[in-house]
Design a protein around this ligand. Structure first.
Ligand code: 13P
Ligand code: SF4
Length: 298
């Protein structure tokens, strides 16, 4: 039997659903039940009737699914698929910051590990960070871990934002102003859309700044025919699939190696052997769910 068919058969037997992030490889995007950004996938995880969620993304995303659906089995097909940015802030860092800024509200990007989420007040994703910060009563916000997203939020609020120094290596280092300028020279009519994890210098060159699903919407609704895509290169596959008549120019070196760890064989193994199950303590689940639920209320 073809590996694809084996996956579909096992998926049915186990009442499983496959959720895939927009950066996953094309074969996975094609076999997934839902493809989306972090916000969209966390809602799908919360609302699904499936017993098993196979999460094709990175660890913090699978943990988010588990926190929102603790009664379900959540599987991450590659146990080492992490997010380097999420690892840039620890629970100890948050506790030190709490002592330093006792009157601040703590907002964490969903790209954090569960033990960090358990210590903060409210989560956000790149799709709703500005809305979440502006919707909070407090004037003083500690924002972590992404300094670029924090700076993007600061441009859209009068609040005081104290920003942690984390960053996404893929967006921060592999997408440069020169990359954008060169693509603009080659494709002068293209609309430039970039992710808010990019540096301020890259953001200054963009026509639109959006989450990955935000870019999917812009590509669909825009009258433009060409787009420069300033995010991890995997999104370009979905953009082209949904808009075959339009052209997309990704930054080809912008690859997140963690997002590319999962393949069809690891999904099959995951379903066959129940691996790698996300396990979190009840305390971490309860505390981190508060922060996620506050975000989902926005
Ligand atoms: P999105 O929520 O925009 O999909 O971003 C997630 C991510 O990890 C970006 O690097
Ligand atoms: Fe983390 Fe960046 Fe990879 Fe997203 S692209 S999972 S932020 S390292």
């Amino acid at each position: 039997m073809e590996i694809r068919d084996e996956i579909l058969k096992l998926k049915k037997e186990k009442n499983a659903v496959i959720l895939a992030h927009n950066y996953q490889i094309p074969e996975i995007q094609d076999i997934a039940d839902f493809v989306g950004d972090s916000l969209d996938l966390s809602k799908k995880a919360r609302d699904t009737d499936a017993d098993v969620i196979v999460f094709c993304g990175v660890k913090f995303m699978a943990e988010t699914a588990k926190i929102l659906s603790p009664e379900k089995t959540v599987l991450l097909p590659e146990k080492d698929a992490g997010c380097p940015m999420a690892d840039m802030v620890t629970p100890e860092d948050v506790m030190d910051l709490r002592k330093k800024y006792p009157d601040a509200t703590f907002v964490a990007y969903v790209n954090t590990n569960a033990d960090v989420k358990a210590l903060i007040d409210v989560c956000c994703t790149s799709a709703n960070a500005v809305k979440v910060v502006n919707g909070i009563k407090a004037h003083r916000i500690v924002f972590l871990p992404d300094k670029n997203l924090g700076k993007w939020v600061q441009r859209h609020t009068d609040k005081e934002i104290i920003i942690w120094h984390g960053f996404c290596p893929t967006h921060h280092s592999f997408i440069t102003p020169e990359d954008i300028k060169n693509l603009k020279k080659e494709h002068p009519d293209a609309l430039v859309m970039v992710h808010p994890e990019c540096t301020p210098e890259v953001i200054d060159l963009a026509d639109e700044v959006a989450s990955t699903n935000g870019m999917v919407r812009i590509a669909r609704e825009s009258n433009k025919k060409e787009f420069i895509v300033g995010t991890e290169e995997g999104l370009a596959y979905r953009l082209k699939k949904e808009n075959p008549e339009k052209e997309f120019y990704p930054i080809k070196k912008a690859i997140c190696s963690d997002m590319k760890k999962i393949n069809l064989q690891s999904i099959l193994n995951s379903l066959k052997y129940n691996q790698f199950e996300i396990k979190l303590s009840d305390e971490i689940i309860t505390r981190s769910r508060n922060a996620l639920n506050r975000m989902l209320e926005f």
